[in-house]
Design a protein around this ligand. Structure first.
Ligand code: F6R
Length: 602
């Protein structure tokens, strides 16, 4: 989704903003722009396409200024074009705005402004904010911001400059993230921490309904009633290196390779760190059911974790897509634990699901990666995944951290509920502690997986099948493959094949069969034989893949792990498989088409 960066300080804002925009590229965008407060007015350059194109224009006609705002736009209202790119400047050239979010009442506002004779230069909802602010402006920019946002419906993170205040950058937000970075040479607004990490790790997290007023010497905060607010900056522990490629061709590969460390840190935190403290603050005996809700891969982590919670804790678990949960009038209450799973903590549907759960009196727990994010702040309990910044659009290490944390939580709950003895708990914890080493061994076999992937790029359709936890990872493997390789792919529970899908199997369909559950291995083998006899090729992925197999079958054999925790290994193999399929096709792996890292709109 859109990315915002703004700077006011002692240095030239333009290179700082450009570099910040590059750090926000991962969010997904199709145009970009920058505006600085120049001597004679706003200087604005907006460009459809990649940042290289914007950079080329800035090289040809350089800009400079000590205050500026920049934006990467992921089109929602109006096609990707120069005119629809941000920043938007009002017709009187007094106010410039960058916006992330959706103004739901923009058509009504636009019609009224047009009646007053204002002419719009774009098709966007965002331009309405600049035009509206200008009509409210009477010399007091704070009052203007308060009045303008008071008329907006929907969601927004806004960076605002006023030509009469060339030293003051204003930020305000509702339901979209914004942070304020504090560096020695100036201050920043940004959608996300990686955009400012090169300059500072001291940040304020802006809350909904707070206004930040920045000049080069500091930040002041106000409520929408213009009451001053006391806020304290937080020190981000993410290093700059963690947001760089570090010699890898893609962030995705780097992040896949980081998983042994992520697993180690996560398990450690659950054994004796902050994750343990958070888990200890929950009494599982209070709950008669657990609901997990999330989107995309985070939902798949919930699907895998449900098997583990139900098996170990014997508590009913429901897993719901957040986009469905929010509108279904869920049957939940104070005896329900609702677990929200999210890397970004800013996914619009997950936020809505969380608010629905809070409103219905359920106990909410978030498993979230982005510190200070909306989901982390608004849930009663938060456990952070220690994956560090994840830049590639396709999630890998954050997914692995979610899985590991959920497994550790299930072990802890099962012990507290008396379902596991101390010895059993420790044995399962030891299984978890062994995972990072096994993941490392698997990551040492990239050549084998690369070779296997190279033979798969021509398939038009690839099916993933599995049973039990392998089914959950089939869902994730299929999602990973389709999002970065653009090959059509579906995942099915092995037992479902014969209920319809098998009609799609023909010569040269590839079926990836997950097999990590000893007791279910014969069932998956029989599914594999059924599709192979109809012309499919079968690629087994797992520790329980058959030793002997037909000539239409091959295998990526995985290290043995506890059946329940095997997804932590099989997902790594499938991530690498997808990565190499996409790499062999020469695709833009870190920024797949049409996708955004953080889906902040519905
Ligand atoms: C897939 C992927 C997405 C996210 C989903 C939820 O690789 O990354 O499916 O998992 O958009 O995002 P978060 O976890 O930020 O709520």
């Amino acid at each position: 989704m859109c990315g915002i960066i703004g700077y006011v300080g002692y240095e030239n804002a333009v290179p700082i903003i450009l570099e910040g925009l590059k750090k926000l590229e991962y969010r997904g965008y199709d145009s970009a722009g920058i505006a600085v407060c120049g001597r004679d007015g706003f200087d604005v350059v907006k460009q459809k396409g990649r940042l290289d194109a914007l950079e080329a224009r800035l090289e040809a006609a350089p800009l400079s200024g000590h205050m500026g705002i920049g934006h990467t736009r992921w089109a929602t209202h109006g096609e990707p074009s120069d005119a629809n790119s941000h920043p938007h400047v009002g017709s009187r050239s007094k106010i410039a705005v960058v916006h992330n979010g959706i103004i739901e009442n923009y058509q009504r506002l636009k019609a009224r402004l047009e009646q007053k004779g204002i002419r719009f230069a774009s098709q966007t909802d965002s331009e309405v904010v600049a035009q509206l602010a200008e009509t409210c402006y009477d010399g007091d920019i704070m009052e203007t911001v308060v009045k303008a946002v008071g008329r907006l419906e929907g969601s927004y993170a806004l960076g605002i400059m006023c030509l009469d205040r060339p030293d003051t950058l204003i930020a305000v937000k509702k339901d979209n993230p914004l942070i304020i970075g504090v560096a020695a040479h100036g201050l920043f607004i940004a959608s996300d921490v990686p955009a400012v990490l090169r300059h500072t790790n001291l940040v304020y997290y802006l809350n909904d309904g707070e206004i930040a007023v920045l000049n080069k010497d500091g930040a002041r905060f106000y409520s929408l009633d213009r009451e001053p607010l006391q806020k304290h900056p937080e020190t981000v522990t993410w290093s700059l290196d963690s947001a760089e490629k570090g010699g890898y061709p893609h962030f995705m590969l780097k992040e896949i390779m980081e998983q042994p460390k992520v697993l180690r840190d996560t398990v450690q935190s659950a054994v004796s760190g902050e994750a343990k403290a958070a888990a200890d603050s929950l009494d599982p005996a209070r709950f008669d059911k657990i609901v997990m809700t999330a989107c995309g891969s985070a939902y798949n982590a919930g699907v895998a974790a449900r098997y583990v919670f139900e098996k170990l804790c014997r508590v009913p678990v429901e897993v719901e897509l957040a986009s469905e949960f929010r509108y279904k009038d869920a049957i939940i209450g104070e005896k329900t634990l609702v677990i929200l799973i999210s890397q970004s903590g800013e996914t619009a549907d997950t936020i809505a699901a969380m608010r629905e759960a809070n409103a219905k009196g359920a106990v909410t727990l978030s498993i979230v990666n982005a510190v200070g994010s909306t989901v982390a702040k608004e849930t009663a309990h938060t456990i952070y995944t220690l994956a560090g910044p994840e830049i590639a659009v396709a999630t890998t290490k954050a997914f692995s951290a979610q899985l590991a944390l959920l497994y550790m939580l299930a072990i802890s709950f099962a012990y507290k509920l008396g379902r596991l003895s101390e010895t059993e708990r420790d044995a399962l914890t030891d299984e978890m502690k062994a995972l990072p080493g096994k993941a490392e061994a698997l990551l040492g076999r990239t050549d084998e997986i690369q070779h296997c992937a190279a033979g798969c790029i021509a398939y038009k359709s690839i099916f993933f099948i599995g049973r039990n936890v392998d089914y959950a990872i089939a869902l994730e493997g299929s999602l990973k493959l389709k999002e970065i390789s653009y090959i059509h792919s579906e995942a099915y529970a092995g037992g479902e094949l014969k209920h319809g899908t098998i009609s799609l199997i023909e010569d040269n369909t590839l079926v990836v069969a997950l097999s990590n559950c000893e007791r279910l291995a014969p069932k998956i083998m029989s599914n594999a034989e059924q599709v192979a006899s109809r012309g499919a090729r079968v690629l087994f992925v797992g520790s329980c893949a058959p030793a002997e197999m037909g000539d239409r079958m091959s295998v990526i054999r995985l290290p043995a792990a506890h059946e329940l925790f095997s997804p932590s290994l099989s997902v790594v193999a499938l991530q690498l498989f997808s990565y190499y399929v996409a790499a062999n096709k020469g695709l833009d792996i870190d920024k797949p088409r049409n996708l955004a890292k953080s889906v902040t709109v519905e």
